[in-house]
Design a protein around this ligand. Structure first.
Ligand code: HSE
Length: 438
């Protein structure tokens, strides 16, 4: 009889409580799959007195996360407290230094300290598993690290933030403003305590930095990610996207280019027929372009207690079975440094929406400025909200002009739009959204 795996859990919030429940509920299945039992032997949380619908009889309460991580009776320290630094960081370091394995759902901590912690795990022989940190129940870490270990990866991109996808879905389907949809996301409990973390793209950036490391063998570097959020997206952009055969999604994209690994988070026009465009509401999805194989898309719940617990328990099960993958799929010493790829070199198609003066020569000026930068136009649409009556009457209220370009460089787009602004044929700031082809 192999002794059961002894687990200590730090943090009994929504996820921690769900993990305790799932281990109990699935105990037979886990024993059968792992060849040994899995037992929660100790826990710690901010408040012991708080009422929880959990059976913790026979489970020891540790006095602190650090005490739990160093507890001689636990094999695995499960960190579900959150926070990029202490107390989670010191507790994880303490567990790894003692040769214990660690399971965490903490994307902020892995994005910031992943390489350092992986080195500790490697040096002392423990596992560092963090499947729940990206896309919750979607097994994207294992897919990149183990499932595709023999495949070169060209690009990995996805919808990694449910709050943003919920907002964009409702804006598109109901013609609502960004602010109205954000309020609903907060009311429904999707958005983080500080919604800027979601809507300004930082949550996606942390997850993307982790995926890029696994895909391309680079050190996790959140600072190498270019980040732009969704707050400037207007219902007009979503309507125009629909008419032009696109949908707008907040994507995290990591791609191998001639000048290095580009890591970027921004609102993106994706073809309406692509797999990623079908993903609506809070659901997450990741597409992987592997060399020599058609794209793989994984879709599923990217947040919530049950979905996150599912991945945490799977990580614990791997440790119980004796499966030890290197945290980033290769020794830390082999991980390459990565730097921020300048967006001015980014190449791709662009959507732009300009508020143009409705006068003779405006379209010609815009087309000339684009041509000077060798930008080829795929389509151009000018809308007359009043059917053109104002222009016919000699008035010149600005009208939206929507342009889709063929592939060009970001630098060229900015130079052309700067020139158009100087020509004074448009008012306000142009809206620019990058297009990602599948
Ligand atoms: N706030 C995140 C989201 C939760 O909306 O997806 C999961 O990281």
């Amino acid at each position: 009889m192999v002794a059961p795996l002894k687990v200590g859990i730090a943090g009994l919030g929504t996820v921690g409580a769900e993990v305790v429940r799932l281990i109990d509920q699935q105990s037979r299945v886990l024993s059968a799959r792992c060849g040994r039992g899995v037992r929660v032997v100790a826990v710690c949380a901010r408040s012991k007195a708080k009422k929880r619908a959990l059976d913790l009889r026979g489970v020891e309460w540790a006095r602190s996360p650090l005490a739990l991580a160093s507890h001689p009776d636990i094999d695995v320290f499960v960190e579900l407290m959150g926070g990029a630094d202490d107390p989670a960081l010191s507790a994880i370091e303490a567990a790894l230094t003692r040769g214990k394995s660690v399971v965490t759902a903490n994307k902020a901590l892995i994005a910031k300290h992943g390489s350092k912690l992986a080195a500790l795990a490697e040096a002392h022989g423990g596992a560092l598993n963090y499947e729940a940190a990206v896309g919750a129940a979607i097994p994207i870490i294992k897919t990149l690290r183990e499932g595709l270990a023999g495949t070169g990866i060209q690009r990995v991109y996805g919808i990694l933030n449910g709050t943003c996808n919920y907002i964009l879905t409702r804006m598109e389907q109901e013609g609502l403003s960004f602010a109205e949809c954000l309020k609903d996301a907060q009311r429904l409990g999707y958005a983080e305590a500080n919604p800027s973390f979601d809507v300004d793209g930082h949550d996606t950036a942390q997850k993307l930095a982790i995926l890029a490391s696994l895909a391309f063998g680079t050190k996790v570097n959140q600072k190498a990610v270019y980040v732009e959020g969704i707050s400037s997206i207007a219902p007009e952009d979503l309507r125009a996207a629909e008419e032009l055969g696109y949908r707008v999604k907040l994507l995290g994209v990591a791609v191998k280019t001639e000048t290095g690994i580009e890591q970027r988070v921004h609102p993106t026009m994706v073809p309406r027929t692509s797999s990623i465009a079908q993903v609506m509401g809070v659901t997450n999805a990741v597409t992987i372009d592997g060399e020599g194989i058609p794209p793989i898309t994984l879709v599923g719940p990217g947040a919530g207690g049950a979905a996150t617990a599912s991945a945490v328990v799977a990580d614990i099960a791997d440790i119980a079975r004796g499966v030890r993958a290197l945290p980033f799929g290769r020794p830390v010493a082999k991980l390459k440094q990565t730097t921020k790829a300048p967006m001015k070199h980014h190449a791709g198609g662009y959507y732009t929406r300009l508020m143009a003066r409705d006068l003779a020569g405006t379209a010609a000026t815009i087309a000339t400025r684009l041509a000077e930068q060798k930008i080829s136009i795929e389509s151009i649409v000018q809308r007359h909200p009043d059917g053109g009556a104002a222009a016919a009457n000699g008035r010149s209220a600005p009208v939206p002009v929507i342009l889709i370009t063929y592939a060009t460089s970001e630098d060229a787009v900015h130079r052309a739009l700067q020139a158009v602004r100087q020509d004074k044929v448009i008012t306000g700031r142009p809206q620019v959204i990058r297009i990602e082809k599948n």
